[in-house]
Design a protein around this ligand. Structure first.
Ligand code: G1P
Length: 259
């Protein structure tokens, strides 16, 4: 629910998913995360009050949070057993079709939005698609790291969760966007706990690699790791500078600072 300028991160995630054609949004949350469901609920009382007060612009902004025709499903992950486990919790709501996984703390500014780019990539050659970017070798232990076959559309042939730099197969890191075929659920159901004692999505995908094509996709855009203090601050500054209401005055403010 951390806001970037005027919207919480989870809303950026929802808007990106809808722009990529998603019509069913499955939120997997932990205990105490009720604010997320509350945020996307309609609020008829507030809507009436804004209407009476003639606050049209505000009224439209809250009515547009989840467009008509898009369903929201909320699932609780009973125990924090890892990203792979969180994705497995969504299985009953997903069924037998390709699906996106969006980790909302990775905010990506892209045009078209990152998930849209990935859906287009999927249309080109099928298979699962994972967004990646190069990271400093010293940072590999914070990411899933892949090795790809560049002559085959960057098909992934190795994938390791959070390897030490000396064990990393490359410097190509997974970021928080995946377009996955549902067979990954079979793997998630059987894998053992991995790095950090958690059920890792990376390990399930790694088991799929010999059986199905999974491609690494270098998205166009800028990623902000809003799970880190610096990434969050960078996102606030860049989005503030690009925002139609705040951009000009904020730029002036920053220029006037004695840095
Ligand atoms: C998760 C994944 C990791 C991926 C990262 C991207 O890690 O397990 O493979 O590189 O997201 O943000 P987390 O950041 O949740 O530890």
């Amino acid at each position: 629910m951390l806001p970037i300028v005027d919207k919480p991160l989870i809303q950026y995630a929802v808007e990106e998913a809808i722009a990529a054609g998603a019509t069913k949004l499955v939120f997997v949350t932990g205990a105490t995360k009720r604010a997320i469901a509350d945020h996307f609920d309609a609020d008829p009382e507030l809507e009436r009050a804004l209407q009476v007060a003639g606050k049209e612009k505000l009224l439209q902004s809250i009515q547009g949070i989840v467009p008509k025709g898009v369903a929201c499903i909320y699932i609780r992950q009973g125990e924090p057993l890892g990203l792979g486990h969180a994705v497995l919790c969504a299985k009953p709501a997903i069924g037998d079709e390709p699906f996106f996984v969006h980790l909302a703390d990775d905010l990506i500014a892209g045009d078209p939005p990152c998930l849209r780019q990935m859906a287009d990539e999927h249309d080109r050659h099928g298979g699962s698609v994972i967004a990646t970017e190069h990271v400093p070798k010293s940072d590999t232990s914070s990411y899933g790291i892949v090795a790809v076959d560049e002559d085959d559309n960057n098909r992934i042939h190795q994938m390791v969760e959070k390897p030490a730099p000396e064990d990393a197969p490359s410097d190509l890191a997974v970021v928080g966007r995946y377009l996955l075929n549902p067979r990954v659920f079979d793997k998630l159901e059987t894998i053992e706990r991995g790095a950090g004692g958690e059920i890792q999505l990376t390990d399930a995908i790694a088991e799929l690699l010999p059986e199905e094509a999974v491609y690494a996709y270098s998205f166009s855009g800028t990623r902000y790791d809003c799970g880190s203090k610096l990434g969050y601050l960078e996102a606030c500054v860049d989005f503030g500078l690009n925002h139609p209401e705040t951009g000009e005055a904020f730029r002036k403010h920053l220029k006037g600072m004695d840095l």
